[in-house]
Design a protein around this ligand. Structure first.
Ligand code: AMP
Length: 403
């Protein structure tokens, strides 16, 4: 069966077509600048065959979905002859609140529940719903599945997910830690055990998902017990453009001094902070690294802050789990940035974790493969496992529609 994976943003639609016979990605595409009033853009690659369309006005997600299906069925550069070849669609949905601890087949009740989670994911959930409804409209006979970024973290115990504000805010509005990147944390924590040929039972794993957005999770017996992102993805580590954890009083302090609203401060904390805000250069770790290597003071500070923050989380999760058996790096930075992994893991012998320099440096700059990067005598195994959220979404979708 071929499964279409859709990740709908407010003005974009990313997609992949995966042939589940061999789990091979056969098409990958993006439709962007949807409904912005500016000419849109579509790019799709199928093997070496590329469709690149510029300058068409794309009014809404329905039109974008139609463009996606047209490109997929293109007689010369497409991947399928007819839409009926698509057995199901798997949608990435940001926020499932406490309503979803696993993926589900979409029906009216599921859509209502996703809608009810809009206050928790105000930017993404409406876009995710638009993606679902556009696909329902354009391919009404194809089953749709929703896969939630928050679902994997629903096994956290209350002591980990509650905030110390009056409990009524949790009861009334669901104010608590949810965590994100769940599909990646689930894939990597499962895959690392398969790779090592061991059962997840009895394993204490720290997953470091380090990309433009970054989060860590602590996983015991295959289940998440803690994670660094919170009610929203703003919490936790320093990220590309997000500040990560700050004293909440900073919001009030900046708002008062700069005459900004809370929304404006939060927007600054989401979009202009992190590596970008500290280095003043870029949200991309490659740029920050290049400048820091040339002794650019603020780039060095941004890198130091990132490394220090990750070290502290690793230490705290090891303490929370009563030890750690594996530390796994994934996502853009985690998979490709060997020198940064080495900085993070330096002086971690106290924890029983020792990096093998040569092994670590084999996994850099686009050469990421699944590998152990710790020494043979390291008590804690340290690994790189490239993430694959799309495969996880496709597998969930196949499983649910085959029932
Ligand atoms: P992601 O959000 O997972 O796509 O990760 C984006 C981050 O990964 C950026 O900060 C990049 O600097 C970093 N990154 C992505 N690809 C590479 C690569 N081939 N080599 C080094 N860094 C990379």
């Amino acid at each position: 069966m071929k499964i279409l994976i859709v990740n709908a943003g407010s003005s974009s639609l990313k997609y992949q077509l995966i042939d589940m016979d061999g789990e091979k990605m056969i098409a990958k595409g993006l439709v962007e600048r949807i409904g912005t009033g500016k000419p849109g853009h579509q790019k799709q690659s199928v093997g070496g065959k590329v469709i690149d369309i510029d300058g068409v006005m794309i009014d809404d997600h329905v039109q974008a979905t139609q463009m996606m299906l047209k490109a997929l069925q293109d007689p010369e550069k497409g991947a399928i002859r007819s839409m009926v070849e698509i057995g199901a669609v798997g949608h990435r949905v940001l926020h499932g609140g406490t309503k979803f601890s696993a993926s589900v087949v979409v029906n009216e009740k599921v859509k209502d529940a996703i809608r009810e989670c809009i206050p928790l994911g105000p930017l993404h959930n409406p876009a995710n719903l638009m993606g679902i409804e556009a696909c329902e409209k354009v391919m009404p006979d194809t089953p749709q599945v929703a896969v939630f970024d928050t679902a994997f973290h629903q096994t956290m115990p209350p002591k980990a997910f509650m905030y110390g504000v009056p409990k009524k805010y949790y009861e009334q509005y669901g104010v608590r830690k949810y965590g994100f990147h769940g599909t990646s944390h689930r894939y990597v924590s499962k895959r690392v055990c398969e790779f090592l040929g061991i059962s997840p039972l009895g394993q204490r794993i720290i997953i470091c998902h380090l990309g433009n957005g970054s989060s860590l999770s602590a996983v015991v017996d295959g289940k998440c017990v803690d994670t660094s992102m919170g009610l929203t993805p703003l919490d936790g580590l320093l990220m590309g453009t997000r500040c990560g954890t700050v004293d909440p009083a900073v919001v009030q302090f900046i708002a008062n001094n700069e005459n900004m609203t809370v929304d404006e401060v939060l927007s600054m904390m989401n979009k202009q902070s992190g590596l970008l805000g500290i280095s003043g250069l870029s949200n991309d770790m490659r740029d920050v690294d290049a400048a820091a290597d040339k002794y650019h003071g603020d780039a060095m500070l941004a890198r130091d802050m990132l490394v220090y923050g990750i070290k502290k989380y690793i230490g705290s999760y090891a303490a929370a789990m009563g030890g750690v058996d594996m530390i796994v790096f994934t996502a853009g930075i985690g998979e490709n940035n060997g020198p940064l992994r080495e900085r993070i893991m330096s002086d971690m012998e106290w924890l029983g974790a020792k990096i093998d320099h040569a092994r670590n440096m084999e996994c850099v700059d686009g050469h990421a493969t699944e590998c152990v990067i710790s020494t043979d005598d390291s008590k804690v195994k340290v690994l790189v496992i490239p993430t694959n959220e799309e495969i996880m979404i496709a597998r969930d979708t196949l499983e649910l529609v085959s029932k």
